[in-house]
Design a binder for this molecule. Structure first.
Ligand SMILES: Nc1nc2c(c(=O)[nH]1)N[C@H]1C(S)=C(S)[C@@H](COP(=O)(O)O)O[C@H]1N2
Ligand SMILES: [Mo]
Length: 197
């Protein structure tokens, strides 16, 4: 099994692979629920909480600047996938569309299928974070979070919420699905922030 799906990192890539991780040969699918089927014409992204409530449609989001990304992807179950290529919208290009209230310090990301995950505002609003609708030049497959997912490359991949449909702005931390179930509140792979904390 291990030999078929995973390999030890090449020494040349050693500095790209966080401690305790193996390289996945393909791109595994990891979901804790069935894959929801969402048509882009019905898709919505809502923001609420300490921000002026607003609903973005697919066309609203696609009208924002598009960027290409190459990002490494680290799952806490110990596989990593290097150089995944995506197209989408930078969070730093999305945020100017939102009227934030005072004292926002955290976000809770919501998804079709009810998955949630939490981030500090600082971890959410980073240059390298994005909303992805395209994977390797093809429309993002539903199993990988299509039509739209969040990608947060600097944290374990459970923060990269598939089927995103909401961002709730908060002045305190509220834990998401895995974080309530014993995973780390932040999940930084180089520090192996896997559980607790
Ligand atoms: N909505 C939702 N997002 C999710 C998950 C999930 O179960 N539901 N799983 C997370 C986990 S644990 C990982 S490793 C990645 C897996 O993404 P992939 O299936 O595209 O590899 O998605 C994350 N985002
Ligand atoms: Mo994961």
């Amino acid at each position: 099994m291990a030999g078929t799906f995973f390999e030890k990192p090449d020494p040349d890539l050693g500095d790209r692979v966080p401690p305790g991780q193996h390289l996945a040969k393909r791109f595994p699918v990891l979901s804790c629920s069935e894959t929801p089927q969402i048509q882009t014409e019905n898709w919505q992204l809502k923001v609420w909480g300490l921000a002026t409530a607003h609903t973005f449609t697919w066309d609203d989001i696609l009208a924002l600047p598009q960027s290409q990304f190459t990002a490494d992807f680290h799952c806490v179950t110990r596989w990593s996938k290097l150089d995944v290529s995506w197209t989408g919208i930078k969070i730093t290009d999305f945020m100017p569309q939102i009227e934030l209230g005072a004292n926002v310090s955290h976000v809770l990301i919501h998804c079709y299928g009810d998955y949630t995950t939490n981030l500090t505002l600082e971890d959410f609003v980073r240059e390298e974070n994005f909303l992805a609708h395209t994977l390797s030049g093809e429309p993002l497959p539903a199993d990988h979070g299509g039509p739209m997912r969040l990608v947060v490359p600097h944290l374990y991949a459970w923060k990269s919420a598939k089927w995103i449909n909401g961002v709730e702005f908060l002045d305190h931390e509220e834990l998401g699905f895995w974080e309530k179930n014993g995973y780390h509140r932040r999940g930084e792979p180089w520090a192996q922030e896997r559980y607790g904390g």
